[in-house]
Design a protein around this ligand. Structure first.
Ligand code: ARG
Length: 470
């Protein structure tokens, strides 16, 4: 059985389309044409699809029960050979379909030749790849759920941990670490929704479209669709073999989610810097420098940030491959696998590393609180107080608060360190009561509007998210 991966051109006509060909393939032709080096990853899906197909053929009396049994048994054996590392993949046999079928015929002989009745490699690859992407979607969804669990746990522990909220990366208003974590729980929730939407649209079975036009054999496409866990068979045979939007949609979902991960990763990079010191990552998620002993580099976060690039690249690659392709199948479409596999791997790694970092990171509460108090972060609270207490319109109150900030700036102090005299020099109506709203704790606790940063809100949100997602 030991076939070597062939690096030399096959000298004879190909055994699988034998009839019409007399000469062999040029070496370079074999190299550009063969997909076995990467589509071997589809072996389990290919065999699963073939088993469903063979069983259907027998149930429809298109092949005999005896042949179907031999085929199914043989396919199981091929699978265990592959899983045991005993299978030699051959480039001359081009792809996973022909590698499996050829080995099957070595094992069971002539009945193997009946497996490809009412089928083509075009619907076969469309099926295999859908099955693979469907599983990748389920894995992405589960991994993102794990990341949400890590974020929610941090949110629960740090619902009261005050930190600066930024716009333009400038101090804006105080918020909490928990609220910040919950922001990502929302993003990841939408990402999971996108994966689930993609799955629902993907979940139609293309098997039975055959080469492109369907088949004259009395096949039962509903049966194969059902046995492979699809909701229904695809409705149009041309579309069945020509469509690749299912993996494009998967890559789009990966890209959007990777973009979200890259934002969190970038925040972690900033937060870990000596200038910020907002959080600490343990040795588990940092590296040292070979020359600068003081360094703790957040490499995992940097790599998550970068993975977004290659994942978005994969989406672009496939969109460009598919654009302008005439119906139906074109060999161009073989180029769909490597970007998909690469992006799926990169995404899985990025999600796992992010979950690990989120679990690992320890926010530095004192530094965060001090930073939250800097930059006149309670200026909005001052303006709101003026609206509420002295009844001036917000636009005027904004002006009053602005003047207070200028005064504090001149004196080199925080808003809370201005005296009542200082405030009254801006507006006589301001009373001592104003100092209550100038602390970051008060600011945060007061933001009880739906979705706001108040700790009680964050706890409620975390509880709801646990119910919805975990
Ligand atoms: N390796 C091919 C692919 O990935 C499988 C389908 C080939 N079909 C064909 N008619 N050559 O697209």
């Amino acid at each position: 059985m030991a076939r070597k991966t062939s690096k030399t051109p096959s000298r004879s006509a190909n055994a699988l389309w034998g009839g019409r060909f007399s000469g062999g393939m040029a070496a370079i032709m074999e190299q550009i044409n063969a997909s076995i080096d990467f589509d071997r990853r589809l072996y389990a899906e290919d065999i699963q699809g073939s088993i469903a197909h063979a069983e259907m053929l027998a149930a429809q009396n298109i092949i005999s029960q005896t042949d179907a049994k031999a085929i199914v048994k043989g396919l199981h054996r091929v699978k265990s050979e592959i899983e045991a590392g005993k299978f030699s993949f051959s480039r001359a046999l081009e792809d996973i379909h022909m590698n499996v079928e050829s080995r099957l015929s070595e094992i069971i002989g002539r009945p193997a030749g009946r497996l490809h009745t009412a089928r083509s490699r075009n619907d076969q690859i469309a099926l295999d790849f859908r099955l693979w992407v469907r599983r990748a979607i389920d894995e992405a969804d589960a991994a993102l759920g794990d990341l949400q669990a890590a974020l929610i746990s941090q949110a629960e522990v740090h619902a009261d941990t005050i930190m600066p909220g930024f716009t333009h990366l400038q101090s804006a208003q105080p918020t909490t670490f928990g609220h910040h974590m919950m922001a990502y729980v929302e993003m990841i929730g939408r990402d999971r929704g996108r994966f689930r939407d993609a799955r629902a649209r993907l979940n139609e079975c293309p098997l039975g479209a055959a080469a492109l036009a369907g088949t004259s054999f009395p096949i039962d496409r509903h049966r194969t669709a059902k046995s492979l866990g699809f909701d229904r068979p695809t409705a149009n045979s041309l579309d069945s073999v020509a469509a690749r939007d299912f993996t494009i949609e998967f890559l789009a979902a990966c890209s959007i989610s990777a973009m979200h991960l890259s934002r969190l990763a970038e925040e972690i990079v900033i937060w870990c810097s000596a200038q910020f010191r907002f959080v600490k990552l343990s040795d588990a998620f940092t590296t040292g420098s070979s020359i600068m002993p003081q360094k703790r580099n957040p490499d995992a976060a940097e790599l998550v940030r970068a993975k977004a690039g290659r994942i978005i690249g994969a989406l672009n690659a496939l969109l460009i491959v598919m654009k302008g392709l005439p119906l139906t199948y074109g060999k161009d479409m073989q180029e769909d696998k490597e970007p998909t596999f690469d992006a799926a791997d990169a995404f899985a790694l990025a999600v796992a590393a992010t979950a690990g970092m989120v679990r690992d990171m320890k926010p530095n509460a004192e530094v965060l609180r001090a930073a939250a108090a800097q930059g006149y972060a309670t200026a909005t609270d001052l303006a709101d107080w003026c609206v509420r207490t002295i009844g001036i319109p917000f636009r005027e109150a904004h002006h009053v608060a602005g003047r207070a900030v200028r005064l504090a700036e001149q004196k080199g102090v925080d808003l809370g360190a201005l005296t009542l005299k200082d405030f009254q020099s801006i507006d006589k109506r301001i009373t001592h009561d104003v100092f209550k709203v100038l602390t970051v704790e008060r600011s945060v606790a007061s933001r009880t509007s739906y979705g706001g940063t108040a700790p009680a809100n964050v706890r409620r949100q975390a509880r709801a998210a646990r119910k919805a997602w975990l």
